[in-house]
Design a protein around this ligand. Structure first.
Ligand code: CTP
Ligand code: CA
Length: 224
C-alpha cells in the first residue's frame, strides 16, 4: 500500500537492490560468510522507496533490519541470490550492493564434518556466478541502469575502474574498506562514483546520506 501511494520522481518505476552477505554452507552447521552488515543496501532501498520507486530488495542473511514498504526476498547463497534477481527482472534500474561470496564449496557436505585428531579438513572451492556481470551483459531485458559496488582495500579507483569495464555495468560505487578506514561494518561510507562521465569523490558521510545522493542520481539518470 505504501508503495502504491508513493509520489516522487521514481513513482511507478520498478527497481532492484541486492544487499547483505551471502552464506555458503560447508556442512549442515558451518558456513562461509563475510562482514557485510547490509546497512548500505538497506539504506539505498529505503532512499529509492522514498522517491516513489517500487523496490524489490533481494537480501542475504544480513544483520540490518529489513526495509519496510518494499518487496523483500530473503536468500542465503549466491546461487539463490542470482535466481531471485533474474526472477525480479525486468526493472528500470538495478543496484548491486550485496557482498556476494566469490566461492562456494565444490561439493556440499550433507553431514557434519567431524574433528579427527591430527587430521585437517581440506576444502575444495567452486566459483559462484557473478550476478552483476551477468545482468550488466544481458542482451535482452537489461535494466536501463546497472550500478555495481566495489569494495577495495588497495588502489581503489584503479581497481574499481577496471571492475566497471570488466563487468559492463554503467556505474560503480567504489569504497575503501581497508581496516584503517573503519568503513566495513560502520555507519559511514566514503565513496567514489565512477561513471562514463568521470569520477566523483563524495566526502565521507553517513550511509543514509550516500543512499539519498545515489537515489537522486538514479532518478535523474532515469528521467521522468
Ligand atoms: N557481485 C555479484 N556477484 C558476485 C560477485 C560480485 O553480483 N558473484 C557484485 C557485487 O554485488 C558488487 C560488484 O559485483 O556490486 C563487485 O563485487 P566485488 O566483490 O567488489 O567484485 P569481484 O569481481 O568479485 O572482485 P574481487 O572480490 O576480487 O575484488
Ligand atoms: Ca568479490
Amino acid at each position: 500500500i505504501e508503495a502504491a501511494l508513493a509520489e516522487g520522481p521514481l513513482k511507478g518505476r520498478r527497481v532492484l537492490v541486492t544487499s547483505g552477505p551471502t552464506h555458503e554452507p560447508i556442512d549442515p552447521v558451518r558456513y562461509i560468510a563475510n562482514r557485510s552488515s547490509g546497512a548500505q543496501g538497506t539504506a539505498i532501498a529505503e532512499a529509492l522507496r522514498d522517491l516513489g520507486a517500487e523496490v524489490v530488495f533481494v537480501t542475504g542473511p544480513a544483520d540490518a533490519p529489513r526495509p519496510t514498504g518494499v518487496e523483500v526476498i530473503e536468500v542465503e547463497t549466491a546461487r539463490e541470490m542470482r535466481a531471485a534477481v533474474l526472477a525480479a527482472l525486468p526493472v528500470a534500474a538495478a543496484v548491486f550492493a550485496a557482498a556476494v561470496a566469490d566461492w562456494r564449496l565444490a561439493s556440499e557436505n550433507g553431514s557434519k564434518i567431524k574433528k579427527q585428531a591430527g587430521k585437517l579438513p581440506v576444502l575444495e572451492f567452486a566459483e559462484n556466478p557473478d550476478i552483476l556481470a551477468e545482468v550488466a551483459q544481458m542482451t535482452e531485458g537489461r535494466p536501463g541502469l546497472v550500478v555495481g559496488f566495489a569494495a577495495e582495500t588497495d588502489d581503489v579507483v584503479a581497481n574499481a575502474t577496471a571492475k566497471r569495464a570488466r563487468k559492463g555495468c554503467d556505474w560503480i560505487v567504489a569504497n575503501d574498506v581497508s581496516p584503517a578506514t573503519g568503513i566495513m561494518g560502520g555507519s559511514e561510507n566514503a565513496v567514489v562514483l565512477i561513471s562514463g562521465e568521470g569520477n566523483e569523490d563524495w566526502p565521507r558521510m553517513g550511509k543514509r546520506a550516500v543512499a539519498a545522493r545515489l537515489a537522486a542520481r538514479i532518478a535523474a539518470a532515469l528521467g521522468d
